[in-house]
Design a protein around this ligand. Structure first.
Ligand code: 6PG
Length: 236
């Protein structure tokens, strides 16, 4: 399902409404809400909006789909963006925000540590987030699963630490088994610069090695694309 909104503000507002809906349904059904937050810059407006929303913060648990191999106060840290836009402005208990320890010298050790964090929270079963928020890179990547990445074939681990040649750096990322186990998986895509890749991902034959975002096929949850008109410009 693809929903198109006039501009990035309307997109963020719609995304916030979706987060609120998922959150209240999950707390009503399970007593808590588990969400994996996307990195990148697109969700910044969404996070700012959410900070002022009536979210049951004490029952909401925030994780990350991926992180750069940097400390939490680094300009490129996904945690830092979410902290500045949302966590620093909302009454969320500190223990309810579980960031990926990007400061760990070994990215592999950071991935292992985060896997333990997930297992502690979710138990031995495959983590099931009520909501997974994802972005789309211009090269078709999502989370930190990049074209031709070996992570595309990961079936056991929950968190991986791939070397990303294109970036000349390590990343830490949730793997497809976790991402595809989400009850609601939502892509947020905004801007003219995403129009071509969005068309390729949605309207050309499946080729996840080239477009990892095409590997996002929730095994029982639903997949929703929230996009603005600028990004949707080339869609038939
Ligand atoms: C990251 C993200 C990544 C992001 C896309 C889109 O760590 O960069 O998780 O998957 O969602 O690259 O990024 P923008 O929102 O900045 O365009």
């Amino acid at each position: 399902m693809v929903e198109i909104f006039g501009d990035s503000i309307a997109l963020a507002r719609a995304a916030a409404n979706h987060v609120l809906k998922q959150c209240h349904e999950s707390v009503a059904q399970h007593g808590r809400f588990n969400v994996a937050l996307s990195g990148g810059s697109t969700p910044q407006t969404l996070y700012k909006l959410l900070a002022d929303e009536p979210i049951p913060w004490a029952k909401s648990h925030f994780f990350f789909t991926d992180e750069r191999h940097v400390p939490p106060d680094h300009p490129q840290s996904n945690y830092r963006l979410a902290h500045e836009a949302m966590f620093s402005r909302a009454p969320v208990p500190e223990q309810n925000v579980q960031r990926i320890p990007g400061e760990t010298p070994s990215a592999a050790a950071a991935a292992h540590a985060y896997e333990q964090t997930l297992r502690t929270h979710f138990g031995a079963t495959l983590p099931r987030f009520e909501l997974v928020l994802l972005g789309l890179g211009e090269d078709g990547h999502t989370a930190s699963i990049f074209p031709r990445s070996e992570v595309l074939h990961e079936t056991e681990r929950l968190v991986a630490a791939p070397w990303v040649e294109q970036l000349n750096s390590y990343r830490i990322t949730l793997t497809l088994p976790v991402l595809n186990n989400g009850a609601s998986v939502v892509f947020l895509v905004s801007g003219e610069q995403k129009a071509e890749v969005l068309r390729e991902v949605l309207q050309t034959e499946s080729n996840p090695a080239r477009y990892p975002a095409q590997a996002i096929r929730p095994n029982s949850g639903n997949l929703l694309w929230l996009v603005d008109q600028a990004a949707a410009r080339l869609l038939r």
